[in-house]
Design a protein around this ligand. Structure first.
Ligand SMILES: [Zn+2]
Ligand SMILES: [Zn+2]
Length: 266
């Protein structure tokens, strides 16, 4: 069985002591390729993801600015991201989006940064890794508005670490968006989210860890790692009552097509 961890942050400093061992455990667990998201630790951290992707053919990068950091987004930052997007190991823009749950950056700055990154994705013909979170629904509604206005139906995106409801997910699928589940779907209290997964076609789903965050049930409270994406897949298999091999095969195919990944052997 082979898997793709479609969203993780293995260049985070929490892996500085044992990054190679973490990656080896992932490969040994069948995680044949992984998407290392550069955004989330400030603008310059994107370069670390690209450096790792240059060193290991099984690792691919993204480049962008996280909504938490949207306040620092400016024309210079946009030019920097635009340049990174030309790198052959950068497969997507992001993660970018709207986070009104933590609201670490002002909403207006988040909207602007997201809109401009969707425009960059359209310009470069790359997909977008999207982060969206809210206590209510404003971030979700505004996200779709910006997505339509800036993407104009030409851009593919994935709602990473999905935690919202089924109706929104179904709306998103009509807008060239996929849905990615993280370890949250394995949590004992996450029955509602498993119902969302049950309602969506496997052909639209990706799996991810978002490591170092969100370790799955059985590992909670610990640093997450890409090897544990298998637990997400196993939960989806149980929810959808299909063999875990089918979840591995389909989500791997979905992620490889979405990020347009070359074969692991290339
Ligand atoms: Zn995120
Ligand atoms: Zn992330």
């Amino acid at each position: 069985m082979s898997w793709i961890d479609s969203h993780c942050h293995v260049t985070a400093d929490r892996y500085d002591e044992d990054r190679d061992a973490v990656l080896e455990r992932a490969f040994a667990a069948g995680v044949e390729r992984l998407i290392c998201v550069g955004a989330g630790y400030g603008l310059e951290a994107n370069q670390q993801a690209i450096d790792l992707a240059e060193r290991d053919p099984r690792v691919f990068a993204t480049a962008g600015i996280h909504p938490h950091d949207a306040e620092v987004w400016d024309d210079a930052g946009r030019a920097r991201v635009r340049a990174w997007l030309d790198h052959p190991r950068v497969m997507a823009v992001g993660e970018c989006g709207l986070d009104y749950y933590y609201e670490n950056s002002p909403r207006e700055a988040q909207r602007r940064a997201f809109a401009e990154q969707v425009a960059l994705a359209r310009e470069t013909d790359l997909p977008v890794s999207i982060h969206v979170r809210d206590r209510g629904t404003d971030a979700y509604d505004e996200l779709l508005d910006i997505w339509r206005a800036e993407g104009r139906g030409d851009v593919d995106g994935v709602l990473h670490c999905y935690t919202h409801d089924t109706p929104f997910a179904l709306r998103a699928l009509d807008e060239r968006l996929r849905v990615s589940f993280s370890g949250i779907v394995t949590f004992k209290r996450a029955a509602d989210l498993r119902d969302v997964a049950r309602a969506l076609p496997l052909e639209a789903l990706l799996v991810e860890t978002d490591a170092p965050f969100l370790a799955p049930e059985g590992h909670r409270g610990r640093r997450n790692e890409p090897a544990w994406v298998v637990a997400v897949g196993e939960t989806l298999a149980g929810v959808k009552q299909v063999p875990v091999e089918e979840v591995a095969r389909t989500t791997t195919r979905n992620a490889a097509a979405f990020y347009r990944l070359p074969d692991a052997t290339e």
